[in-house]
Design a protein around this ligand. Structure first.
Ligand code: HMG
Length: 421
């Protein structure tokens, strides 16, 4: 595969989400919207909601602990830790250094945070691939974590596209899940105001419909660069790809992205009236995209981790024999994007149960609208330097790793990742 000196790929994966969720039908009813708009129009069934005691640090740490534990990786093997997030907890101090401490990683582990909206974790993943390929790892592994809380605020158009959660991935020279193909990656960057969150705001601002256009243009740009980078577009042809994963702010976006994927590869634009081509696109969507959107449809937009939820869904359900090529498109508003592929490792199917978050998701508690709105309002002041401090008992959280307020301007945590269900 290509001319890179060393193979690098995903060796372990795990997800940690929130303890509460909202049914999209309940949100629609409360907002006076036809539930079909959220469920079929956007393609979302449920939405994860973080309590004030669950933040980017706690979700990232628990997801990473789960990945190391289930795949039997010693924390001492980690030589690089990157947390991709756009919901950092400090203007200066990275989420990654809290995670480094909570996981007990080695002092010589290079540790930092990346931010470029939803593209932050893909930036981390490709940096890890480059770190290993360049021979800097000295046999060690990289831990890449995507952790975010997506919030647009109550009664906004973005409200049904919120969510929260973290995906942790270990990258190594001997991956057990997916070998990344560095020759197949392409990039795209353009300054656009489609979605942003100013320093003074807890909520994102979005020019929603424009953001969809920016996303689709970024797809075409990154895909063309990938073809140029690989020197041949043969391995990147849809016919040679088993499953296509996209950044998923809501699952309907993956359908739009796949439509653009087909159009870009074919070099034509396909209108609804072109029945033959639409049938082809729909069939390809049902085969290569739709089956792997189940986790996204019940978790919502988790920003940096959304793309990787599709990969987890595939690895837990597809039982691939090995050798399948998978494509990944990451989009971060603002905007930055990457398209690339990887090849499933033989025996990856053996780890389906290690990856599957079904048990964890089944334990979530359903919120009613009043409780959801209380929770969002309480989160607005949860990181202020004075009481009332967030208390896990107020949100019926039980045992686990939680944020419990900021005292003397220092964030406080209680519990441990190992105890978090
Ligand atoms: P909206 O204006 O409320 O919704 O905003 P709409 O009118 O566009 O309707 C949505 C879909 O529902 C449409 O389907 C309607 O036809 C359909 P489409 O035509 O697109 O296929 N619909 C119905 N279907 C069935 N029954 C009904 C019904 N009514 C309507 N009764 C929007 C939607 C996504 C713009 C809004 O929620 C928003 O602003 N979200 C936030 C921005 C966003 O998610 N952008 C996505 C691209 S940018 C991105 O992905 C990056 C991001 O993750 C951030 C980052 O990078 O950090 C956001």
């Amino acid at each position: 595969m290509g001319s890179a000196s060393r193979v690098a790929g995903i060796d372990a994966m795990a997800f940690h989400g929130t303890h509460c969720y909202l049914e999209m039908a309940d949100l629609a009813t409360a907002r006076g919207v036809d539930p079909d708009k959220y469920i079929h129009g956007l393609g979302q069934r449920q939405m994860a909601v973080a309590t004030p005691c669950e933040d980017t640090v706690t979700m990232a740490t628990v997801a990473a602990h789960r990945a190391l534990d289930r795949f039997d990786i010693d924390p001492g093997e980690i030589g690089t830790l990157i947390v991709g997030t756009e919901t950092g907890v400090d203007h200066s101090k990275p989420v990654a250094v809290y995670v480094h401490d909570m996981l007990g990683l080695a002092p010589n582990c290079r540790t930092f945070e990346t931010k470029h909206a939803c593209y932050g974790a893909m930036a981390g993943l490709t940096s890890a691939m480059d770190w290993i390929s360049a021979g800097r790892a000295r046999g060690r592994k990289a831990l890449i974590i995507a952790s975010d809380i997506a919030r647009y605020g109550l009664n906004t158009p973005g409200e049904p596209t919120q969510g929260a959660g973290a995906v942790a991935m270990v990258v190594s020279e001997r991956p057990r899940l997916l070998e990344l193909d560095p020759t197949s990656f392409g990039d795209y960057t353009r300054q656009v105001m489609d979605f942003w969150r100013p320093l003074y705001s807890k909520y994102a601002f979005a020019d929603g419909h424009y953001s969809i256009d920016c996303y689709l243009d970024a797809f075409s740009g990154a895909w063309r660069d990938a073809c140029e980078n690989s020197g041949t577009w043969e391995p990147l042809r849809l016919d040679n790809i088993d499953a296509c994963f996209y950044h998923v702010p809501f699952t309907k976006m993956a359908r739009k992205a796949h439509h653009r994927h087909c159009e870009t590869e074919w070099g034509i634009s396909v209108a609804k009236e072109n029945e033959a081509k639409m049938t082809e696109i729909n069939a390809s969507y049902e085969r290569q995209v739709a089956p792997w959107l189940e986790l996204n449809s019940i978790v919502g937009n988790i920003y940096t981790g959304s793309l990787f939820l599709c990969l987890m869904d595939y690895l837990r359900k597809a039982h691939p024999a090995g050798g399948q090529r998978l494509s990944m498109f990451s989009y971060g508003s603002g905007c930055g994007a990457a398209f690339g592929t990887g090849v499933v490792v033989a025996n990856a199917a053996r780890y389906a149960d290690h990856i599957d978050p079904a048990t964890h998701l089944a334990q979530r508690r359903r919120l009613d609208i009043d409780r959801y709105e209380q929770l969002i309002t309480a989160s607005e002041t949860a990181d202020h330097n004075e009481a009332p401090y967030p208390d896990p008992a107020d949100w019926d959280l039980g045992q686990g790793l939680y944020y419990v307020g900021t005292r003397d301007h220092i964030r406080q945590y209680t519990g441990s990742a190992a105890d978090t269900p």
